[in-house]
Structure formats: structure tokens, C-alpha cells
Design a protein around this ligand. Structure first.
Ligand SMILES: O=c1ccn([C@@H]2O[C@H](COP(=O)(O)OP(=O)(O)O[C@H]3O[C@H](CO)[C@@H](O)[C@H](O)[C@H]3O)[C@@H](O)[C@H]2O)c(=O)[nH]1
Ligand SMILES: CC(C)[C@@H](C)/C=C/[C@@H](C)[C@H]1CC[C@H]2C3=CC=C4C[C@@H](O)CC[C@]4(C)[C@H]3CC[C@]12C
Length: 555
């Protein structure tokens, strides 16, 4: 009976049970994607995906049956239960930023396609050819990666100046971003978004579709790690870390912090580098990196010169070190037209200018790495067991620099100059403790399968994500209906200016508080209105505190 209900419930989705074939000893069998095509051939990973499919099936079954006590399907040692996803979902993966913000989604999209789903990556125009090469659908959203990188590199981390520039110069871009994201998500069944893209949760709510987040850097409340954009110079402890998240949420997206916290969130970072904190709730998962491994492609043809360079280093028994600053040099200097900035230096034979080379190929062949601490590059160097030197430039790069030191696999550089670099290079190539730890770390990382774990999490969290959105929609409907009925609240239509100024003021208030906590003296300059007009300042941090004006003056 339940199966019949299930069929009716998911009629449009094609959950049609096949005839039972007694000889196969399968209790249930469903039409769908051919798992033999699944590129994820690691057996542990595929059994995890299998379990997640069963969980998804159970969730659907329970929703269809509408009974209070959930049904749990269990594999009997005698009867194997094989459930294949016959529902082919349309997934949209929405992301902004540079290569490192897009590449993990290409890897995930490949895994999801192998599961039989249709996947679209919605991002900036310049990534279209790369995405299309993998037969993944592409939709354009507004934004110029070079401008975003420039903003980030200019400011380093969150500061009053960053907020001022972001909220003045980038406001109209944010409008375009939201409008184009909305367009790109039409027809989607499931939305997965990097939270930096901002609009996802509202789009999902309006479309009534399950929504999850995925990111490369710490972006959910925890005492274990600071927010990626507020990494202190020295460790400041759990409460401080927690506060950095609350502060960022408040500044970044006012008003949705309460709602944000329960959204399924996938960190595409290795749990060896970023162990899930004990205070991570169930819906926050650290899946492992989503590696794309472009160097493993059959058609990858490494440059002959590079091969020769590597061979000659082997012959001379010299160690090989990679130095590259990823998105920092690739993007942020694109805006500069100043020819003076582009000085060509003649390189000695000990240095080979490789340009972009797939790290998964190159890093297997070398001894150590120096880079900017981009999430993906850190993953690539540590997976290959390379002692790693990080010179961070902004945001999460400071975080990964400190993680590399804490894990004992490398060095964080504050300043990059000939002296500091040569000292660091010597250490990472000769310090056996670091070299050994890097090897051990890579052994652990090789057992991780980020894409498979992510697919497992997507299946397991799907129905939960769906109810989250449905409940929110119902809640909104209800409050609208109540307000209209009681007549106490009629929909408010803001004049454009009025709306702007409300936003502006509350943003500035938060900037004040952030600055107070971060002891930034600049805060005084940032507020527009004279101090005496404000009697008290309500901290919009969901805490009961009020900051008396006297305290504000002390900054
Ligand atoms: O020549 C190259 C250059 C890059 N890669 C790979 O490309 C990816 C780049 O990832 P990542 O380092 O995360 O990307 P970036 O675009 O350089 O970094 C931006 O995006 C990251 C992810 O959000 C952030 O962590 C960084 O702070 C931000 O600068 C990694 O897998 C690298 O291994 C190569 O294989 N070959
Ligand atoms: C008050 C509002 C308007 C402020 C806070 C919003 C600022 C925007 C412009 C900031 C906030 C977070 C930033 C952001 C987060 C993370 C990344 C990933 C990185 O790899 C590239 C830059 C990128 C994509 C940047 C771009 C600029 C963003 C989106």
C-alpha cells in the first residue's frame, strides 16, 4: 500500500518500482541511472552513496505514508536491498568568485551526472568554456571575478573600509547578481549555493525547492574556527571565534542569521585539515575536497620543457619547489593597465615559468610548495604530501595558513621577501618532522572521497532541506494572512530613499559594533550621524546587550 502511495506521491518524478525479480534477491528495485557508469569507484564511497539513497528513499516513503513512526529499511544479510535513484533531478550549483570557487563544483557536477542527474553551474561568463568542456550546462550570472578579487586583495579581511567600499561600489552589482541568479535558477529542483553568492536561500524559498550550501572556507557558527574573513593574528579562543561568525552574519546578511543556521551546509575541505568541530550541528558536513584532477585526463599533455626541467632536477639531485599565487596574480592584477607593473624578469635556468599546470599532475613530481593559501591549492599540495609554505593575501588564506602550521605540515609567512622565502624553503625541504607529517597527512587524505561524501550528504539531507523550505513558506503565508485579517499590519511599501536609508543606518550600526569589538578606531569616521543623537545603541546580534553611549566614546 505504501508503495502505491509512494508512486502517486512521486508520480511526476518517476519513482516507479520495477517488477520484482525473485532471482536477484532484491526486495525493491527501481529504474534509473546505471551505477556501473559511476565514476566514483571507490567501494567504501559507493556503499555510502547506496546507504544515502536508501535514506532518501525512506524519507520519501515516510512523507508519502504520512505516518508518525518513521519506517527504516534495513539491509538483511540474506536479502540485499538495492535502490537506484530513478528520479533525475535538475540541480543548479550557484557560485561566484575565481577558479577556486568554480572548480569544486565541476567535480561535484561530474559525480552528480554519473548518478543520473542534470546539472547546471550558474556562474560568471568567463567560466563558460571550461564548464561546457565537461558537458555541464552553464548559466550566466553577473559579476567580474577580477573586480571581486581586487576588492578582496585591497582590503585583506573584513574592516570598516572593506564594508564601506563593498556596500557603496558593489550595491548595483549585487542587484544584478540577484536578478541574474533568479533567472538562472528557473526550472531547478535542487539548489546548491556558495553562500558568497548571497541570494540562494530567497530564490529557493520563492521556488519552493530544497536548498543547501557548500563552501571552501569556515562560514558557519562554531567555537572551533574563526570566520574566514575575521581571522585574528593570534588564537583568541572559542567565544571570540563564535562571535566572528555572528558578527559576519549580521553585517553580511541582516535578518537571516536565525534562519541560516539550519540550512544543510557542505564544506568541500578535507576533514584532516578542517576537522568537523564538536559543535557542528548534524546538517553541517565536512565532505573532503572535491578534486577535479585535470592532470589525470587522458588528453592531458604536459609541456616537453617542463618534463625536461623536472628530469634534469632529478638528475642533479635537486629538490623541486612550486611557487604560485593562484587567483591573486591571475585576477587581481588584470584590472591594472599600468605597463610599469608588468616587469618581465629574465629567469635563471633553475627557475621554470610553467604558467597554469594541473596541480594533481605536477605536485606528484615535486618536493614542496609555496602558495597563497587558496582552499583548493592547499588541498592539492597537502594531498600530494608536500610541505607547504603559505603567504596569505586575504580572507580564508590567513585561515589556511594558520591551519597548515597547526597541523604541522608547513609554514605561514607574514612577509614575502628573499630572506623569509629562502629560509622557509630550506625548512620545508629539510625539516624531517614537517616532511613526515606532510606524508602522513596525505595518506589520510587519500582515503577521503569528497565528491562521493557530498553526494551522500545531498541525498541524506534532501527531504530535510525540502521541509525546511516548505515550513518557511507556510510560516510566511500564515503571517501574511494573519496580518491582513487582523488589519494590524498592512504591507509596507517603502519609498526607495526611505528603504535605502533604513538599510544604510542599520548597516552602519553593525559596522560600529563590529569595530567596537575589533577595536578599530576608524569606526568614528564611518558613522554619518553625530553621536549625541543616539542615546543607546542596540546591538543587532541577538544578544540582550545594549552598548551605552559612554562606551562608544572610548574607542
Ligand atoms: O596552475 C594551476 C592553478 C590552480 N590549479 C588548481 O585550481 C584550484 C584553485 O583553487 P583555489 O586555490 O581554492 O582557488 P583560487 O581561485 O586561487 O582562490 C580563491 O578561491 C578560493 C576558494 O574559495 C579561496 O580559498 C581563495 O582565498 C581565493 O583566492 C586548485 O584545485 C588548484 O590545485 C591547478 O591545478 N593549476
Ligand atoms: C554589506 C554588504 C553589501 C557586503 C558585506 C557585501 C560584500 C560583497 C561584495 C563581498 C562579501 C563576501 C565577498 C566574497 C566572499 C568570498 C569570496 C571567495 C573568493 O574566492 C573570491 C571572492 C569572494 C567571491 C568574495 C567577493 C566579494 C563578496 C561577495
Amino acid at each position: 500500500m505504501i508503495l502505491q502511495q509512494l508512486e502517486t506521491f512521486h508520480q511526476d518524478e518517476g519513482w516507479a518500482p520495477l517488477d520484482h525479480r525473485p532471482e536477484s534477491l532484491h526486495e525493491f528495485e527501481f529504474r534509473g541511472a546505471d551505477v556501473t557508469n559511476n565514476e566514483v569507484n571507490d567501494s567504501v564511497a559507493s556503499s555510502k552513496i547506496q546507504n544515502a539513497r536508501i535514506k532518501l528513499f525512506e524519507d520519501k516513503l515516510n512523507a508519502a505514508a504520512g505516518i508518525d513512526i518513521p519506517l527504516i529499511l534495513e539491509d538483511s544479510p540474506f536479502f540485499k536491498t538495492e535502490i537506484k535513484p530513478s528520479t533525475s533531478y535538475n540541480l543548479t550549483l550557484l557560485t561566484i568568485g575565481s577558479r577556486g570557487d568554480v572548480q569544486p563544483y565541476i567535480a561535484l557536477a561530474k559525480g552528480l551526472k554519473a548518478e543520473g542527474h542534470n546539472v547546471t553551474i550558474a556562474t560568471h561568463k568567463e567560466f563558460e568554456p571550461w564548464i561546457s568542456k565537461y558537458n555541464i550546462q552553464f548559466k550566466e550570472i553577473a559579476g567580474n571575478p577580477a573586480e571581486l578579487m581586487h576588492l578582496m586583495v585591497e582590503h585583506g579581511s573584513m574592516s570598516v573600509a572593506f564594508l564601506k567600499e563593498a556596500s557603496s561600489k558593489f550595491r548595483s552589482w549585487i542587484n544584478e547578481l540577484l536578478a541574474s541568479s533568479w533567472e538562472a535558477c528557473q526550472g531547478t529542483d535542487i539548489l546548491i549555493e556558495s553562500p558568497s553568492a548571497m541570494g540562494g536561500v530567497h530564490i529557493a524559498e520563492a521556488l519552493g525547492i530544497p536548498y543547501m550550501r557548500a563552501f571552501t572556507m569556515p562560514w558557519t557558527r562554531t567555537r572551533a574556527y574563526p570566520h574566514a574573513f575575521i581571522v585574528p593574528d593570534q588564537k583568541k579562543g572559542g567565544s571570540y571565534n563564535y562571535l566572528t561568525h555572528v558578527m559576519f552574519e549580521n553585517v553580511f546578511w541582516k535578518g537571516i542569521s536565525g534562519q541560516q543556521t539550519k540550512i544543510p551546509f557542505l564544506y568541500n575541505v578535507s576533514p584532516t585539515i578542517f576537522p568537523p568541530s564538536v559543535d557542528f550541528p548534524d546538517w553541517v558536513k565536512v565532505t573532503g575536497y572535491w578534486f577535479l584532477d585535470e592532470g589525470a585526463a587522458k588528453d592531458y599533455d604536459p609541456p616537453k620543457d617542463l618534463l625536461e626541467f623536472i628530469d634534469s632536477a632529478y638528475r642533479d639531485q635537486k629538490k623541486i619547489v612550486y611557487i604560485g599565487f593562484g587567483s591573486i596574480v591571475g585576477w587581481s592584477d588584470r584590472l591594472s593597465n599600468d605597463e610599469k607593473d608588468k616587469v618581465e624578469v629574465e629567469l635563471p635556468p633553475e627557475i621554470y615559468d610553467s604558467g597554469a599546470v594541473p596541480h594533481d599532475w605536477l605536485f606528484k613530481r615535486i618536493d614542496a610548495c609555496v602558495h597563497h593559501g587558496g582552499s583548493g591549492t592547499t588541498g592539492a599540495s597537502l594531498r600530494s604530501g608536500l610541505p607547504t609554505v603559505i603567504k596569505p593575501f586575504f580572507g580564508d588564506q590567513f585561515f589556511y595558513a594558520s591551519r597548515v602550521e597547526e597541523v604541522g605540515v608547513g609554514i605561514a609567512l607574514k612577509k614575502l621577501n628573499a630572506k623569509s622565502l629562502s629560509k622557509a624553503l630550506k625548512t620545508v625541504t629539510t625539516d624531517l618532522k614537517i616532511v613526515e607529517k606532510a606524508k602522513k597527512t596525505s595518506e589520510r587524505m587519500r582515503n577521503e572521497n569528497g565528491v562521493a561524501t557530498a553526494i551522500e550528504a545531498i541525498y541524506s539531507e534532501l527531504e530535510y532541506a525540502r521541509t525546511l523550505i516548505t515550513v518557511k513558506q507556510q510560516h510566511n503565508e500564515q503571517s501574511r494572512a494573519n496580518a491582513l485579517k487582523s488589519g494590524t499590519q498592512t504591507p509596507v511599501v517603502y519609498e526607495d530613499d526611505e528603504y535605502e536609508s533604513v538599510e544604510e543606518e542599520s548597516t552602519m550600526t553593525t559596522i560600529w559594533v563590529v569595530s567596537l569589538i575589533m577595536k578599530k578606531k576608524l569606526a568614528m569616521k564611518a558613522t554619518k550621524r553625530p553621536l549625541h543623537r543616539r542615546k543607546t545603541l542596540q546591538i543587532p546580534l541577538k544578544t540582550p546587550y545594549k552598548v551605552p553611549i559612554a562606551m562608544m566614546k572610548k574607542i
